[in-house]
Ligand binder design. Structure first.
Ligand SMILES: [Zn+2]
Length: 431
């Protein structure tokens, strides 16, 4: 470092969209980049996911000196940047999908669960963007960080904290340079399984020079999305959601009950398995994901003609026919074949795909159940802090500067403790 060095933050993507933040912090000859996702915009119906298409449509940031030169055609200036590293906060695609574009020589850090699960999720090559010169199911190395332990990147230090979001193993980040402290929330909430981890992270971030905060919860001011509002009738938090699923099983002792959840929301699934009075049976692909990433075995089934996984224990297999006939013993994960379910049954759709009305496949999906006279019950719990929780988070950190990202309305997040910065795409600010 020299006397004139200053901490800068450059915002390459994911500012006024939900997802895809790509932010660089630089000091002297050191710099770090977080996250490495792709903005999710299925309505664009793009012809391909090539680097150029993603750049042209602003689905990833045009970040210099981090991407693999074989992808960009531009060399990395390693003399200017002697120390570089990247970090990804959690395994959702809008934070991780572009990780294979990172130059192979730049180390990539993530929390230990994220580091372990991403290769398992990409096992069929349909989760991440491909790396040049590798098969589509390749996942570039991720260094599993030890929580709360500083990682040196030249003049910059990264500290990764366990946090809470609807992605298993989600983390937050504190970046320190010789003169500044910057906190990045990743995606965050206070109504999940581990609010105490979030509070601990926020305490460590207290009085940061800058708090880069996600603002998904302020994106729809015209709608009432708050979990804590009186109008809201669904589960207020993950605990209530699990309780409701248990309650529905108790109230319906003689009724076929099926469900689905989102693959990366592993923790919700584990809680449902642990709390359910019925035996929870997973589709084999999901059981395999849990085996591969956590080493855990659960009862599972195959659809007819499906290829078998060699790592699943044969004695835990339940015949598909047995599930189709059952009314009382099983709570099982449905992945299609709705026509075969029993009339009068109950299906619990817990933030599974299709996710909601914005997806054109959602209505037809719901219709299938109605056509079979099966009750369709959406049981949601948001992965994001709502308006009130965002205020609490800002209150706990009391940052000098608040920088909202990952939201349709960054101007709706306010900082009673200092300034608020609303950066433009590709803008660099000096702290
Ligand atoms: Zn997320």
């Amino acid at each position: 470092m020299t006397l004139k060095d200053k901490t800068t933050i450059t915002f390459y993507n994911g500012l006024t969209t939900i997802g895809g933040p790509m932010i660089e912090v630089a000091y002297g000859k050191s710099h770090v980049l977080f996250d490495l996702g792709e903005v999710y915009r299925p309505e664009l119906k793009l012809p391909d996911e090539s680097y150029q298409t993603l750049i042209d449509n602003q689905l990833i940031g045009d970040v210099p000196n981090f991407y693999d030169p074989q992808v960009t055609g531009k060399v990395i200036d390693h003399e200017r940047w002697e120390h570089a590293a990247a970090y990804l906060s959690h395994l959702h695609l809008d934070h991780s999908k572009a990780m294979n574009l990172l130059a192979p020589e730049i180390p990539l850090y993530a929390g230990p669960i994220t580091a372990k699960m991403l290769p398992a999720l990409n096992e069929r090559g349909d989760f991440l963007l491909p790396a040049v010169g590798h098969a589509s199911n390749y996942t570039r190395p991720i260094i599993a960080a030890t929580y709360r332990q500083p990682i040196k990147v030249g003049d910059i230090t990264l500290t990764i904290w366990p946090s809470d979001h609807d992605a298993y193993g989600a983390t937050g980040l504190i970046v320190t340079t010789p003169d500044k402290k910057i906190a990045y929330t990743g995606d965050i909430r206070l109504h999940g399984y581990h609010p105490e981890w979030v509070h601990e992270f926020l305490a460590a971030a207290r009085k940061a020079d800058a708090l880069i905060i996600e603002g998904t919860g302020v994106s729809w001011p015209e709608e009432q999305h708050d979990q804590n509002s009186e109008e809201f009738t669904g589960p207020k938090n993950e605990r209530e959601l699990t309780q409701e699923i248990v309650q529905l099983q108790k109230e319906n002792p003689q009724r076929q009950i099926t469900f689905n959840t989102y693959p990366t929301n592993v923790e919700r699934l584990l809680k449902i398995i642990a709390a359910s009075p019925r035996t929870v049976v997973l589709h084999a692909a999901r059981a395999h994901l849990l085996k591969e990433s956590l080493g855990k075995d659960y009862p599972y089934y195959y659809l007819p003609q499906e290829a078998k996984f060699t790592d699943l224990r044969p004695e835990l297999a339940i015949p598909y026919q047995e599930l189709l006939l059952d009314k009382s013993k099983y709570l099982w994960q449905v992945v299609g074949d709705v026509v075969k379910l029993q009339k009068g049954g109950l299906y619990l759709h817990s933030n599974a795909e299709p996710l909601g009305e914005f997806d054109p496949t959602y209505r037809p999906f719901v219709q299938q159940f109605a056509a079979k006279k099966i009750e369709f019950k959406a049981l949601r719990c948001s992965g994001h802090a709502d308006v009130q929780e965002l205020k609490e988070i800002i209150q706990e950190v009391q940052p000098q500067a608040l920088i909202p990202v990952h939201t349709l309305h960054p101007e709706l997040e306010e900082n009673p403790f200092g300034e608020r910065i609303l950066p433009k795409r590709k803008q660099t600010i000096t702290l």
